[in-house]
Design a binder for this molecule. Sequence first.
Ligand SMILES: [Zn+2]
Length: 405
Amino acid sequence: MRTKLPPMGASVLRELCQRKRLTIPDLQDLLDVSAPTMTRSVNQLIELGAISGTMKRQGGLGRPAKVLGLEPDGLACVAVSIAPRESSAALVSLTGETKDMLTLPITTETHYAEAVETTADAVRLLIGNNRGKIRALSGVGITFGGAVSFSEGRIAHTSSFPEWRGMPIASDVEAATRLQTFVDNHPVAILRAFSWFGPLTDHSRYLCFADQGVAGCVSGPGGPRPDNGLTSGAFGHVGGRDRGNRRCWCGAFDCLNTVGSLRSITTVAEEQGLVDSQARPGDIVKILEQSDEGRALLAEAGTSLVERTIDACRVLGISEYVLAGRLFEYSPTVREAASAVMSSTYGASFFGDFVSGALARDSYHLSAAAVGFDGMAESGFIEALKLPHLDTPVVNANEGVTKNV
Ligand SMILES: [Zn+2]
């Protein structure tokens, strides 16, 4: 059942997500609202099951104050990651915990309508199988490996899923699940994850993202800034020359996409007979990590990615940057090469640092969840459980969806 969030509800949730424990006076100061409004909002969030409060005497003196925190089994998002070679869905709580996960049989060959159906089945399966583990849902958040419009919920042009161009994926999944659904491009979704789950900062950051392609974008303290001069996809073509070793489809030689992407590394590795193109990206990297030629390819990619990121950051006047994407997550050699270049610079961080202990794939789920939480903040609505249409047992409703954890 869709319910209105209380005034400042989403802001309270974001503050608690980042700062963990706060009192009502703390929240009043941070969000600049009156005591009665804040008390009312907090009480409504407690009723929804998203947060909880415990009475504590601060420093053992004076009157006890109510200390608020996120309820671990409170608010969650169904987080869907759709990428060319690996798609998955997970139930992720606002505390950043992955409660359950499914692999989705969605690839670039999958028809759009079928992908929507598979996604909806996975959403129902995850909710049905985890009753009692959550109290409320933000809805569905999708991180998509291609260009999309967050405000329209529609896929723009994408080289990986050409047949899906123009499709209103958010409203289609919403129609099938009856849960509010939001979608964003993956690198932007990672920056959204930073604004919910990442370390607090007052600075702008630059994200260098390396997966099948290479992308980069800027975020400020409040979330992504997609309007910066260097668009997410354009970063992949930084550094192109008139002549060189490899020509990119953009026309230049040796741009970042041809030296730093998983796709380009795979192409070179195939030409050298090091890997089989049918392998999954994680397996390709594992194979490359085992030979000198493979490690050389990976090291070159890591070095180029960081050098060109630092150049871009200098131009934009940004002192903090983040490296993310499957290439960094899968390859210790890429991380080492990147660290070697970074050691002489300042303010760099790996996205993986703040999801330490979690599976590499969880960064995809955290970013998808952040899309869902941002969507909830924007709509001002929350999906309170229980949802009558989800009451029917759905276990094993869809054989195509394979249980992963
Ligand atoms: Zn290019």
